[in-house]
Design a protein around this ligand. Structure first.
Ligand code: AMP
Length: 280
């Protein structure tokens, strides 16, 4: 696997790949890689693309400095996983290489309603940072296909909007969420869970399953309350449990058979914030 620390070196390398008629598939990550990330890499490889992964813990998308400081970093292990998967190229930059002019965002992105609800509401500025880093990475990598995970449902919508507005030629592919055997969505942050916390973490998934399975027989507010009470009894601090229109993220008061919906949960266990979602 080629590893580049400098964007200029990566750009020259990819220029050559393009000249050789290669299509480029790109998987941006923050590292501490797991099977979820690797599934995206494998999708690009299966499509026969020159597969580029980036590992960059982007400071501008952390609204909580402690979360940034504690974000797991496992570079050696990540390189081994990517090599084993057959990934072609890894971009492993410094903050200065990604942001040579500094991290300050000159002009905010117009993310509209998406920035005001759910993750946008609970993590102010987060999606500006996500859009900023992915915009910069897309300018460097110039991929044909961008691979994202549905685990970060709202992020997918933000980045699709960015792609529609600024990169109309780019194909965005969204992969299903990889889960642990007990249902917990794989996440880099799971590494920080203590054993007792890990044992409880799958309750978030169980709540999503319950929201999904009760759609024919219950009102959503009742199910939501049950889930809230269960999570709180087990020691979680709930940011939100919501039902939303799967296409727009407009919040729904109740189940609506005419609308395709997605249930989304964000909750803290200790100081670790977990998110997950399920389409109904
Ligand atoms: P992250 O390193 O958390 O920024 O994630 C990098 C990419 O991997 C994002 O597009 C995520 O949505 C995706 N991803 C994270 N967790 C999973 C998972 N459990 N299954 C599939 N994709 C995932």
């Amino acid at each position: 696997m080629y590893i580049f620390h400098k964007y200029s070196d990566l750009m020259s390398h990819l220029e050559q790949a393009r000249k050789n008629g290669k299509n480029i598939g790109f998987i941006p990550t923050m590292g501490a890689l797991h099977e979820g990330h690797i599934s995206l890499v494998k999708e690009a490889l299966t499509a026969g693309q020159a597969t580029v992964c980036s590992i960059f813990v982007n400071p501008t998308q952390f609204n909580n400095p402690e979360d940034l400081a504690k974000y797991p970093r496992t570079t050696e292990q990540d390189i081994a996983l990517l090599t084993e998967a057959g990934c072609d190229t890894l971009y492993l930059p410094s903050v200065e290489d990604v942001y040579p002019q500094g991290t300050k965002l000159e002009k905010p992105y117009n993310l509209g309603y998406l920035e005001t609800v759910l993750e946008g509401k609970y993590r102010p500025g987060h999606f500006q940072g996500v859009a900023q880093v992915v915009d910069r990475l897309l300018k460097i990598v110039k991929p044909d296909t961008l691979y994202l995970g549905r685990k970060d449902y709202q992020q997918c919508m933000v980045l699709k909007r960015l792609a529609d507005e600024k990169y109309p030629e780019l194909t965005v592919k969204i992969a299903v969420t990889k889960r642990e055997p007990d249902g917990l969505a794989m996440s880099s942050r799971n590494r920080r869970l203590t054993e007792p916390q890990r044992a409880l973490a799958a309750i978030i998934y169980q709540c999503l399953v319950s929201i999904q399975s009760k759609q024919e027989e219950q009102n959503f507010p009742v199910v939501k309350k049950e889930c809230e009470e269960l999570l709180e009894k087990k020691g979680f601090r709930v940011d939100y449990i919501e039902l939303a229109d799967a296409g727009t993220l407009e919040l729904l008061e109740n189940y609506d058979p005419r609308k395709k919906a997605v249930a989304l949960i964000a909750a803290f266990i200790g100081d670790i914030r977990l998110i997950d979602n399920m389409e109904l």
